[in-house]
Design a protein around this ligand. Structure first.
Ligand code: NAP
Length: 362
């Protein structure tokens, strides 16, 4: 039965206030505050979720620092990924019910335009990455979060709350880059930058799934061991090895079939040199800078494919999650911290120490 506000539920008492991580201005970690905030109220198509765990993403850092060309709505609660329990649903919600254990897909769009109904939500005029471009105060770094019910997917039963919270954003991004965009094939050599990072450690596992041959680039011996355990066939430690020379030793002058890019300025020239004639570079980011240099002669003479990729659809995430359920893709957690320690978590990320994913628990 819906209440006077059209809401169905709740499982138990829903408080008026919750603890959340908030910032009002851009800057260093000192702008982050852990404070009382009103518990958000769901609309007719929304769910109210009690957050059990929320994974950190690199977009937390971009949002806090501020990013040219992207509007970050202030005051801001970050957090794109979460696992949790549905506490309340709006009157129009049919796909989930109170008490369901769910994870959150962070691609938010209108769901009715041509792009959305084609399964290309990322081309929707209203497309936003939840917790990054949404707001004010709409993200998963609180005890409760409200989002459109269509963004809820069942929590994989074989995962803990913390593990389940790590998957959505990075898994759908890596999946779309390699499977939908680059169309990796058995036997392909795939050069993966940041093999131990949030995207890279999943990219290695996706390559293995397709019998492709991951060449993981990492910095340092701890990360090298980590990617070896994940199944990287070749490992290049960029702290002590030259990536271009090592790639030549692995594939000869032929070059790699696919480069998995997200680093940008620092790696782009090497990515291009390492790519085979007719090869594919797919990118979704630019951690080291957007103004990457390209010698365009390589592009035409070697007839290379440069592909952009941005998040992915809910359907792509479902496809990838099937391999999580079967145990062929597994989440790896670097550290679990209480939400109040968000500043510490972001400092670890900024020091480039994370292997797999970092998780915050409210
Ligand atoms: P992450 O967990 O921090 O991993 C990034 C990895 O990049 C690190 O492990 C590091 O590996 C490597 N790296 C950093 N600086 C480097 C440099 N100068 N040269 C070579 N490698 C370097 O981050 P993530 O979650 O994988 O995300 C990576 C990027 O993709 C971020 O910029 C993020 O915003 C973006 N992204 C975009 C989308 C999208 O939909 N468009 C989605 C997810 C992420 P080593 O130091 O071990 O080599």
């Amino acid at each position: 039965m819906a209440d006077a506000h059209g809401l169905i539920g709740a499982r138990g008492h829903i408080p008026d206030l919750m603890k959340a991580a908030v910032f009002d201005e851009h800057g260093g970690v000192d702008v982050l505050r852990y404070q009382d905030m009103p518990v958000p109220k769901p609309g007719p198509n929304d769910v109210l979720v009690k957050v059990k765990a929320a994974a950190c993403n690199y977009n937390d850092l971009w949002a806090r620092r501020g990013l040219p060309g992207v509007t970050i709505i202030l005051p801001h609660i970050s957090g794109s990924d979460a696992s949790g329990i549905v506490e309340q649903v709006g009157s129009a919600v049919t796909n989930v019910k109170v008490g369901d254990e769910i994870i959150h897909h962070c691609g938010q769009s209108c769901r009715v335009c041509d792009a959305c109904t084609r399964g290309q939500e990322f081309f929707c005029k209203q497309f936003k990455i939840f917790g990054f471009q949404t707001g004010p105060l709409i993200g998963t770094y609180g005890e409760y979060v409200v989002f459109p019910a269509v963004q809820a997917l069942p929590k994989p039963e074989n995962l803990s709350w913390e593990e389940a919270s790590t998957l959505s954003l990075c898994l759908v991004t890596a999946w779309r880059m390699l499977v939908t965009r680059a169309r990796i094939q058995a036997g392909d050599y795939v050069l993966i930058w940041g093999g131990a990072g949030g995207l890279g450690y999943l990219a290695i596992q996706i390559c293995k799934l397709f019998n492709a041959r991951p060449i993981a680039v990492v910095s340092g011996s701890k990360k090298a061991k980590f990617v070896e355990e994940l199944g990287a066939e070749y490992i290049i430690d960029r702290d002590v090895q030259n990536v271009e020379e090592e790639v030549k030793k692995i594939v000869g002058r032929r070059g790699v079939d696919v480069v998995f890019e997200h680093v940008g300025r620092a790696t782009f020239p090497t990515s291009i040199v390492c790519l085979k004639w007719g090869g594919t570079l797919v990118t979704c980011g630019a951690t080291s800078g957007f103004d990457a240099q390209t010698d365009v002669r390589y592009l035409w003479t070697k007839q290379m494919n440069f592909l952009g990729s941005h998040l992915g659809s809910r359907a792509e995430l479902s496809d990838a999650l099937a391999f999580v359920a079967s145990g062929q893709i597994r989440p790896v957690i670097s550290d679990i911290l209480p939400l109040k320690d968000i500043a510490k978590a972001q400092q670890v990320m900024e020091r480039n120490e994370v292997m797999g994913k970092m998780v915050l628990v409210p």
